[in-house]
Design a protein around this ligand. Structure first.
Ligand code: SAH
Length: 236
């Protein structure tokens, strides 16, 4: 029988497109997000006691891939994008029911226009992702130190050093007034080398761009160093 689910809210994050979002939570700790509750869920009672927990599980919908068909086999990026595994042996976004889970850091509860919001960090979620549920992270049960995870055992290695051109540094000084820690956010994201696997083997000075907040961040990769060339406002 189909199950009907209504989101309890959505999350605002700096990530305006899927490109360059980290592939799991906790990799880009400088990314801050706000959970905004839907009508009916914005009473402070729903989150009473939540400050006791340093981390929360977010259960959400991969809304941007929700209408795509799914297949039993997927190609995890950790396997270079060529080898296939079963979708239930993966954390792929293309899965039946399109449900994702992420353990994120709880930062604080804030009040905006007399509505309660939860600030979290380190999430791997697109802006406006629908949130289905929130649960406290319980270390004694959720953390399994000696668990084995095959192809996903270790954190992806940071492969790129990130530097800012003179031009980008000047732009950063302006935009950082509105977005504190923008420099760290950009460094953490780009050091993961978000280029598609098949670009990484080629040497090209191609200019890449990614939308973060209302900004377009443009960079090149030159000899394992990522050079941020330009930071500008996105055109509407
Ligand atoms: N931690 C989650 C997500 C892993 S996949 C889980 O294991 O279930 C993470 C990727 O999902 C990100 O790199 C981004 O490309 C993609 N993503 C994030 N939010 C999304 C959304 N709302 N819709 C579709 N894809 C999304």
């Amino acid at each position: 029988m189909p199950i009907e689910i209504s989101p309890i809210g959505h999350i605002n994050t700096p990530y305006k497109e899927k490109f360059a979002i980290p592939r799991q939570p906790g990799l880009v700790t400088a990314a801050m997000g706000q959970i905004i509750f839907a009508q009916g869920f914005n009473s402070a009672d729903f989150i009473r006691g939540i400050e006791q927990f340093s981390h929360l599980w977010l259960v959400f919908q991969f809304h941007q891939t929700a209408n795509k068909s799914t297949s039993p086999l997927v190609r995890p990026p950790r396997l270079g994008g060529n080898e296939k595994v079963g979708v239930f042996a993966s954390r792929s976004t293309h899965r039946p029911n399109n449900i994702g889970i992420s353990a994120v850091k709880f930062e604080e509860v804030i009040l905006v226009n007399s509505q309660t919001r939860i600030v979290v960090s380190g999430m791997d979620l697109l802006d406006n992702t629908p949130i289905i549920d929130i649960k406290p992270y319980i270390p004694y049960s959720d953390s399994i130190p000696h668990a084995e995870a095959g192809y996903g055992q270790t954190k992806p290695q940071e492969t790129l050093a990130v530097i800012f051109s003179q031009n980008a540094r000047e732009q950063l000084a302006i935009y950082q007034q509105q977005h504190p820690r923008l420099d760290t956010l950009i460094e953490q994201i780009l050091s993961q080398d978000p280029r598609p696997a098949y670009h990484k083997t080629k040497t090209t000075d191609r200019l890449y761009g990614v939308a973060l907040y209302d900004l377009n961040i443009q960079w090149r990769v030159l000899q394992n160093t990522c050079v941020v060339e330009q930071i500008s406002r996105l055109q509407d």
